[in-house]
Design a protein around this ligand. Sequence first.
Ligand code: AQP
Length: 344
Amino acid sequence: MSFAERVFSGVQPTGTLTLGNYLGAIRRFADFQDSYECLYCVVDMHAITVFQDPKELHRNTLGVTAAYLAAGLDPAKNIIFNQSQVAAHAEMAWIFNCVTRIGWLNRMTQFKEKAGKNRENASAGLYVYPSLMAADILTYKATHVPVGEDQKQHLELARDIAQKFNHDYGDAIRTQTNTDEFFPQPEPLIEGPAMRVMSLRDGTKKMSKSDPSDMSRINMDDDADTIAQKIRKAKTDPEPLPGEATGFIGRPEAENLIGIYAALAQEPKLAVVDRFAGTQFSEFKKDLTELAVSTLAPVSDELRRLKADPGHLETVLNEGAGRAAALAAPIIADTKAIVGFVGA
Ligand code: AQP
């Protein structure tokens, strides 16, 4: 069956947003607001899968909301809200925990990366994070999910969960809804260059807002001097930039900086490789700094302005949560009836 097109995406309020969050996800959110019905969520329930200081969580939730608005999202066109205000996410996540197989969760690389060596000490929430993410998306029967490349595996799991639910409860779905499929198979929207932005200190590690080193990332609210300093100190190697794609083999830091340039300039990576072939890093870094500062300055100015008015940000979230809950209500009610819960 066909489902109405709907976009859902989310960002965890675990710190100040980075260039990775911006290029991999948020910058593109605004592109969809005129062509789809969009829900953009601040996923505070995901954030606490790793302990968050309560005051910081509160501040960061408003910070991500401000970043959405600064990146051009219009709260009248989009539903902007925080996850914990809509109870359907938690209810759906529990049902999905009972659909998801442990073997599927064991394959998730993000859990392995975040839990590290001390897996026994990771929270149970971190382990079942992907079922909550599937619940976020499918609570609204969203069909399209703009995410960075790093979230692709979780989205594939959401598709598996949707398919298994549709299969396991097939008879009940037909009785309840007169259709064969209850949940859509959500599609990732991953496009363009440098969708996985890597750390400035280690080109094999994702740029992350919770990395202990601030020098590993560019924050969306860094000022021009800080951006310049971070790019100047970014790890590189002694060779000049190569003139073809194969020249990046074994040079992840060089590839990352070229990828960042291409994403900021919205140009194909190969065109950027061509332009800077044979250039020394010291020269290339000057151009990259200029581009990063000019691209981010309007966004970071707006971000700082919005953060100064927390009351406005709270109003945006509260209104968005009301609209999201209204969309979720019939879907979670049908889901409960399909599962066989009395009173749905
Ligand atoms: N380095 C990245 N490159 C491209 N895209 C990225 N995203 C995050 N980092 C990069 C995309 O940003 C969106 C929001 O991510 P998130 O905050 O929900 O979770 P995350 O992927 O775990 O991001 P962080 O910054 O690494 O957070 P922490 O440090 O808390 O784990 C997603 O669409 C993601 O793909």
